[in-house]
Write a protein that binds this ligand. Structure first.
Ligand SMILES: C[S@@+](CC[C@H](N)C(=O)[O-])C[C@H]1O[C@@H](n2cnc3c(N)ncnc32)[C@H](O)[C@@H]1O
Length: 194
């Protein structure tokens, strides 16, 4: 069975019981790309459920293949725009962790407003997260990293925390490429108040 979830509606929130066999803590990767990180992380954490959100179908199909090959029942992929998904599809207070790794940096000044982690984003994340839920961020782009730290730093509902070493050790595809090319990557994490 395909792990790509065909949304029955894009105006009603997800019924998580329809996506997963077991009710367990939910983690979501926004912009999951080829799914290398998420398929492996879901395999290592069978006691949590995972959703990868990705707009490119070809990449979502790769996540699907990886998850099926590993026989995962705790992983699903959704094809949709990430910010919309967080704002309108995720049930409020339903998410234990949001993972956002190497989101498109939009380096040109006039394109920066297209960045996912912008001034609006912490409020969207706060709505989706459970009390004490976390947002994990990684980027290679110094300017985007500064923006991530600024927008979360300005949001009193979040405080900065360390990324657990075992999570940081789990590399994504883009991260592997950056590291192979000697490009420094930056990590940050924020926890919502309880
Ligand atoms: C640079 S790649 C990083 C992929 C993966 N996180 C990694 O680190 O290997 C960014 C991914 O996010 C997806 N993406 C970018 N903006 C998106 C959006 N607004 N909604 C959904 N997917 C998006 C792209 O298609 C791409 O697969």
């Amino acid at each position: 069975m395909s792990l790509i979830y065909a949304l029955p509606s894009i105006v009603e929130r997800l019924d998580l019981a329809k996506l997963f066999e077991r009710a367990q803590p939910l983690e979501v990767e926004l912009g999951s790309g080829d799914g290398s990180f998420l398929a492996e992380y879901a395999r290592q954490n069978p006691e949590h459920n995972f959703i990868g959100v990705e707009r490119l179908l070809g990449r979502l199909r790769k996540l699907d293949r990886k998850g099926q090959r590993a026989g995962l029942t705790n992983l699903r992929g959704v094809r949709l725009e990430c910010a919309y998904f967080v704002q309108y599809l995720l049930p409020p207070g339903s998410v234990r962790a949001l993972h956002i790794y190497f989101p498109d940096p939009w380096p040109k000044r006039k394109h920066r407003r297209r960045r996912l982690v912008n001034e609006r984003f912490p409020a969207l994340a706060r709505q989706a997260l459970q009390p004490g839920g976390r947002v994990y961020l990684r980027t290679d782009d110094p300017d985007y990293f500064e923006q991530m730290v600024r927008v979360f730093g300005a949001e009193p509902a979040f405080h900065s925390v360390d990324t657990p070493a075992e999570l940081a050790a789990q590399l994504t595809d883009f991260e592997r490429e950056f590291l192979a090319r000697g490009i420094k990557t930056r990590h940050a994490a924020y926890q919502a108040g309880s």
